[in-house]
Design a protein around this ligand. Sequence first.
Ligand code: URP
Ligand code: ZN
Ligand code: ZN
Ligand code: ZN
Length: 486
Amino acid sequence: PNYDLVIKGATVVTEGGPRQCDIGITGERIAALGEALEGTEVVDASGLIALPGGVDSHCHIDQVDPQNGHGAESMISGTRAALAGGTTSIISFISQHAGEEIADVFAESLRRGETSLADYTFHQIISDPTDKVVLEDIPMVVAAGIRSLKVFLTYEDAHLTDREFLRVLAAAHREGCMVTVHCENYDAIGFLTEQLLAQGMVEPKYHAWSRPEVVEREATYRTICLAELVDTPIQIFHVSCHEVAEEIERAQKRGLKVWGETCPQYIVLGAKDMDRPGREGAKYMCSPAPRDPANVEPFWDDIRRGVIDVISSDHSAFFFSGPKNSKEVNGTDADFSQIPNGVPGVGSRMPLVFSEGVSKGRIDLETFARLTATNPARIFGLYPKKGAIGVGSDADIVLWDANRKVTITNALLQHAVDYTPYEGMEVTGWPVATYLRGKLSMKDGVVCAEPGQGQFLKREAYELATPRGITPNGFNAAKLPPQEKK
Ligand code: URP
Ligand code: ZN
Ligand code: ZN
Ligand code: ZN
């Protein structure tokens, strides 16, 4: 036999489209796609679809975060859920907290990463861009192989002023990083929240009222303008609706390096879910908020046309109940502004997108592979090692049963969080086996990978994160060292 492992009989979703062929794997890589390949081990995958292992480019898994308590999910439980759901690579976050050195949090994040079952890397969050951070820390993380930064335009402890944001964009321009942005207007949300709470409008459903679409649209437009000003490639995180996608499309039509990401919660959940009885609504609270279902079809059109070209999970690890890392940390009668934001979703991401997208006829298999694997790998510098079934790529493959109907339960998803917002939802299509670098890592729901199997994905400079070389007047302040803060 010429190959260590041959997967036979599947419909293989390659970048050139689906084709009927065998996949020959040697060691950790795909060595051939062809007919009648012979392997030391042969897997019969007739009737199944072979898809590139999912790349989930936005998940808060084991994020070192004493203030916001993302610790409900360890690297082990989070990546177990990833493999169970067909995802083989994740990008989590290294946070920056007041009073802590980035180098320390960075070292601790890498240490936790060593327990991962899936391949992994991080986005570096910047919440306080001091001179030291932009001159020393960001170059340090880039040298270590991190090529993306994350900034927040909202949240009390994390949001940046426009001037601070420009300092981060400028550092990213100099270092060749993609900047990912949480676009919501901090002051607008603060103003609305005060007004709502003063009227006694405190239940979870008012979370959505405190941050309507326009709050996200404004921050998206502002972000695009600031990134254009200093010429830095950006990805807008968790776009919730069509009217925000419109801003992104206008920027793309002008040739800017602007990409958009969304998440299953914005195509499956709605603002009404936060209006469930008692505290149930808290399970559906995330930021931006899930919108009106009337938004969903125009939004799918944005996805089909590639305006939004990544669907990640934004897996946010909060338990529903309990004293720590939970939606109840501030008590069971806390007003909406005191309930942590975010929903779990690393394991349900691929099944939900497949079911809503492919099974319902909204997208084809190639588009599914692009949204869940190829595009996130490209945008974050992991392609072609990750994100595609092609010769030379890592043998990260998920075998998918397109006809299998499954009712989602929390137990099936295998994360540590004690609930899923998708409980009881029926999906069509389910992953039946996951291979990570040629090694069987999940079969029929049983995750057989060991902690530590995952590798850190060191990223080099790449084209999509390279500035265009175009700025107003041809003057680019980002090229110069930062002037003293204030
Ligand atoms: O509500 C959300 N999305 N929480 C997680 C943190 C973030 O904003 O991405
Ligand atoms: Zn502040
Ligand atoms: Zn965010
Ligand atoms: Zn997030």
